[in-house]
Write a protein that binds this ligand. Structure first.
Ligand SMILES: [Zn+2]
Length: 234
């Protein structure tokens, strides 16, 4: 139970350091934290986890063998998902990843992913990018999914090999070309016959995930599934 002075202290903290919703930027109230109640209810969930074959899985059909492909939310310009990803990625709001991971893990509890995946593999950042940002934006999401579903996260198997400039201005062909040799695998000696869940923040062209999956599929008898926080339909 909070006493009178504790309450004054908390109110004062709210005044001095107000906490804003990472989805809509409105002031958080009462017990809200990270994301307001309204945004939580409006998360544009894809329901991929309820489908036999999602649109994400279909993208890779005939290109690389993927067991399951699911994205948590649709990524719409200026929508809640875009704001959440932006704040997670560029504003050090890593708690967004934890919150979304905790929510989505509940959706995956009855999905084959939770029964068949052996390890979670985050899509890595290059060391230089990692040092600039200070963290990989998918780490907290991966950890939350892993803790809830009891699956270990391996962040030393897939590595990013070369430093590439921001990809936003390049077209798909260039991205594919650049991504071809961008990733490599190491420390996989004891990982034969395993099912890996590759996790990234946003699915856009699929080029990065394709390169990463190709690397993981070099491990003997490997299976790969893909999970992204958001799915861009553009
Ligand atoms: Zn909000």
């Amino acid at each position: 139970m909070l006493n009178f002075f504790d309450k004054i202290h908390i109110n004062l903290l709210n005044v001095l350091f107000p906490d804003f919703c990472n989805g809509c930027a409105k002031l958080l109230i009462n017990n809200e934290s990270t994301i307001c109640t309204k945004c939580l209810h409006l998360l544009p969930l894809t329901q991929h986890n309820l489908l036999k074959e999602s649109e994400l899985t279909r993208v890779f059909k005939g290109i690389i063998p993927i067991e399951f492909g699911v994205a948590m939310m649709y990524f719409n310009k200026k929508g809640v998902a875009q704001n959440l990803i932006h704040n997670l990625k560029y504003r050090n709001q890593q708690k967004i990843g934890t919150l979304l991971g905790n929510i989505y893990a509940q959706e995956l509890k009855n999905h084959k992913i939770s029964e068949t995946v052996d390890y979670i593999i985050p899509v890595p950042l290059h060391k230089k990018r990692f040092h600039e940002r200070g963290y990989n934006q998918v780490t907290t999401f991966c950890n939350a999914i892993g803790e809830n579903l009891n699956i270990s996260v391996l962040d030393n198997v897939l590595i990013k090999r070369e430093y590439l400039k921001s990809q936003t201005s390049k077209n798909k062909e260039n991205r594919l070309e650049n991504n071809k040799n961008a990733f490599a695998i190491e420390n996989y000696e004891n990982l034969n016959n395993k099912h890996f869940l590759l996790i990234d923040d946003v699915f856009t062209t699929g080029a990065t995930l394709e390169s990463c999956a190709r690397e993981l599929l070099k491990i003997e008898n490997a299976k790969v599934s893909i999970l992204t926080i958001a799915f861009s339909q553009s």
